[in-house]
Design a protein around this ligand. Structure first.
Ligand SMILES: *Cc1c(COP(=O)(O)O)cnc(C)c1O
Length: 231
């Protein structure tokens, strides 16, 4: 089932890229592992997925240690996509390759401090609240440029791009304006010092709306149900 789902998703990513005149190589497919079993995670890794997203620290810890104990997951990159509390940052910096949910200067400072302690260069994304009514977390659009400046000055941390969660809707077109807002924000930022001239990551699009997200410039789609559920 997962194998078929992945084949179907990859086909849909290619079609969306065709429509948008983009290359499928620009898109990273992140498997969202919340609530899934270790066996399911191993299966997607064996099917070529190299990026795994988790919402909860404790779950991520169990899974990446579980995989390592079985000698697997060596090349897997772990992404924190859920809300991160400042008092959990120490552990998060030890586990995650990319923390996608940094949404305040205070959290940025905490990440920088812990990364400095273990001499790690921590990659992060800024989480942006593109729809004020819907999501609890994320930076306001209008605050984002100033917070970007502030966080980018911190040591041992690089802002690799932006992340947003569009409000859930049956009709994927509903998400389009939020994705567009994120892309437009990214175009206002000078990324060179952070990404070394590479294009920033735009982490947007979930099972219900990833094709629209790709049409609007997403470089990373975060899929849970589309990968793991019976369709
Ligand atoms: C759960 C979750 C996803 C995946 O959602 P699906 O609808 O299952 O694809 C993506 N991003 C975040 C932040 C999530 O919490």
């Amino acid at each position: 089932m997962v194998k078929q789902n992945l084949e179907d998703i990859r086909r849909r990513i290619i079609s969306a890229c065709d429509r948008a005149g983009r290359s499928p190589e620009e898109i990273t497919l992140l498997a969202v592992a919340k609530g899934r079993l270790l066996e399911e995670i191993k299966e997607v890794i064996n099917l070529g997925i190299s990026d795994i997203g988790e919402n909860r620290l404790q779950e991520a810890l169990l899974k990446c240690e579980g995989l390592r104990m079985r000698g697997g997951g060596g090349r897997t990159r772990w992404h924190m996509i859920g809300h991160l509390q400042t008092n959990k940052v120490k552990l998060a910096v030890r586990i995650f390759d990319l923390i996608q949910s940094v949404d305040s200067p205070r959290l940025g400072q905490a990440v920088s401090k812990e990364a400095l302690k273990i001499n790690k260069q921590q990659d992060i994304l800024l989480e942006i609240k593109t729809s004020p009514e819907e999501s609890k977390f994320g930076l306001k659009l209008e605050d984002a440029p100033a917070v970007f400046q502030e966080i980018s000055r911190l040591p041992n941390l690089k802002i690799k791009g932006l992340m947003t969660i569009a409000p859930f809707a049956e009709n994927p077109e509903t998400s389009r304006p939020y994705f567009r807002m994120l892309r437009e924000l990214s175009e206002k930022i000078d990324w060179r010092p952070e990404t070394g001239g590479r294009r920033p990551i735009l982490s947007m699009g979930m099972s219900n709306d990833f094709e629209v997200a790709i049409e609007e410039g997403s470089t990373m789609v975060r899929l849970g149900r589309a990968i793991f559920s019976r369709q």
